[in-house]
Structures are given as C-alpha cells and as structure tokens.
Design a protein. Structure first.
Length: 300
C-alpha cells in the first residue's frame, strides 16, 4: 500500500494519506511523533473522531501531544479532509478505513497499535473493529491491549428522539439535510429514513460481548451530556462486568463532572484521565505473572 506524506509545519507532526477502499478517496491523517520522525516509538495510538466531525476536534490535539507514544488521528471518509461518501450508518465504511489505517501503520511503518481512543461515533467504530470476526483480521493479528470509549451511545433507539426534526425533510424531499460547521467549513450531511432505522437497531450489546477479555477498557462520559445520556456509560460498564471472561478491574468508568458531549472547557481533564488510567493499567499488566510463570510457581 502506498501513502504520501508531507510536513504540517510542526516538527513532530506529519500529514499522511492512505488509500481507502473507495477509489480516489485517500484517508487523510496526522501522525504525531512523541519524539521525532527519526525516533519513532514502537507503539502507536489511534484517535477516532465522532459523527460529522474531524481529526482535530475536542481533546484530540491535546491528547496527541500528551501521550507517551506516537499517535495517528485521521478523518473518516466523507469527513474533514478525507474525500468519499458520507452516510449516517456507514459504519462498515469506517471499519474499512480503520483497517486500512492499521494495515498501513503495521506493515508499512512497523508500528503496533497499543491504544485506541474513540469519541461518540468513533467509539462505536472502535467497538465494532475490536470485536470483528477472526476471518476479518487481515489488517493485524493481535488484539489491541487498551481502549478508551468516550461518550459512546448504548441505547441506540434514542437516535429516534429527533425524528420529528428529521421528518420535515423526509416529508418534503425524502431526505433531511443536516447542515453543520465542521473543521471551519459549512457542510451538508444527508440523512435518510433508512439510516435512522439501521442506527436504531445497531447491535452494540452483541458487539461488546465479543470484545477480547485481554483488552482493558476505560469509559469516559460527561455528566452534562445532552446528546448521549450519562446512563449509557453505566450500561457499557455493566455489560463488560457481566462478562465472566473479564477480570473485575479490566474495565473502569470515569465521569467528567459538568462536561457536555464535546467536553467544551473540559478537554484537559479528559486527557489527564486517559493518561492516568493508561499508566496504571500498563504497570498492572507488566506486574501480572504470565501463565507460564504462574505454572512454574505452582510447581515450586
């Protein structure tokens, strides 16, 4: 796979273009080097944006600068600088993009994905990617050890709460044209009735049940989130704790008091929570005996 790169102006950041599954639609992202391009870290973190958003939204830039490893944040197809078609329920396309990114970082740049941080829709993408069937693991052959799910939706039926707003567009043109400003650009995103139906039945519970028992999970949610209720964070935690294959400390919940869905004014606490959790759990993994060492001790 070929990818072009060019300096963004910051010494430790490089813009990378990776071909997607859609011809002519390169995935555009920023590789942030912890040290320098000449001194890469062994591991890399992936930072995933939410619905109708972009790679530099919310806490993303601050997190990239603070992580103890290189990181890659990118725009999914139809968002930000990445071309291609956008769809409210195009999670399949998002997974293709994510696989293309992981494949490039792994096989072209020799990185190992250590951490994924996904916000809102990006967290749904990450859950789906991490729970993918073994037959779809052509991009990498290992599980990701650490995952942070930020402001993720659990009760998918709540996407219908705004149906009356969408209905005006559906009745008039058969489509609701969602006009928002993203990355400083006024954009129009089409939403169709079938999109709402598919999102409302998205099988997140089944997906979460399939996640590897070895993947540590941190759930972050703002207490004043009016887009995705904070109760959804507790539902994720409950589902993970109900999995008998997972240890009791393999999942944690961190609430951010006063924060909304985009963490406006609260990006620094999000970064701090992620770093503290990562360092704690990384140390715990290092200290934990391997199955082989545990068996050896049992024989002594």
């Amino acid at each position: 796979m070929q990818a072009g790169s060019g300096s963004t102006g910051a010494e430790n950041e490089v813009t990378i273009r990776i071909p997607s599954a859609q011809p002519g639609a390169d995935i555009v992202g920023i590789l942030h080097h912890r040290h320098s391009a000449a001194q890469r870290t062994e591991h890399v973190a992936l930072i995933l944006h939410g619905l109708m958003a972009h790679k530099n939204q919310s806490y993303h830039v601050e997190l990239a600068a603070a992580l103890p490893m290189d990181s890659f944040r990118f725009d999914f197809r139809g968002n930000g600088e990445t071309g291609g078609s956008w769809g409210m329920c195009n999670i399949g396309h998002d997974i293709e993009d994510l696989q293309a990114v992981v494949h490039h970082l792994r096989h072209e740049m020799a990185y190992r994905v250590e951490l994924i941080v996904g916000h809102s829709r990006g967290s749904l993408d990450a859950w789906t990617y991490l729970a993918r069937d073994e037959r779809l693991r052509w991009d990498d052959d290992t599980d990701v050890p650490f995952f942070v799910a930020v402001s993720g939706r659990w009760d998918m039926m709540r996407v219908l709460d705004r149906y009356d707003v969408y209905k005006r567009g559906f009745d008039k043109e058969g489509v609701f044209k969602w006009r928002v400003k993203s990355a400083g650009v006024q954009r129009e995103y089409p939403v169709y009735p079938s999109d709402l139906g598919r999102m409302a039945t998205f099988p997140i519970r089944k997906i979460v049940r399939r996640i590897s028992a070895t993947t540590e999970v941190l759930i972050i949610h703002g207490t004043e989130d009016r887009t995705v209720p904070v109760q959804d964070a507790h539902s994720y935690l409950h589902e993970l704790r109900s999995n008998p294959r997972r240890s009791s400390d393999a999942q944690q919940l961190q609430l951010v008091p006063g924060s909304d869905h985009m963490y406006k004014g609260y990006t620094q606490p999000v970064v701090e929570h992620i770093l503290e959790w990562y360092h704690q759990r990384k140390a715990a993994k290092r200290a934990a005996p391997t199955p082989a060492s545990g068996q050896a001790q049992a024989r002594l």
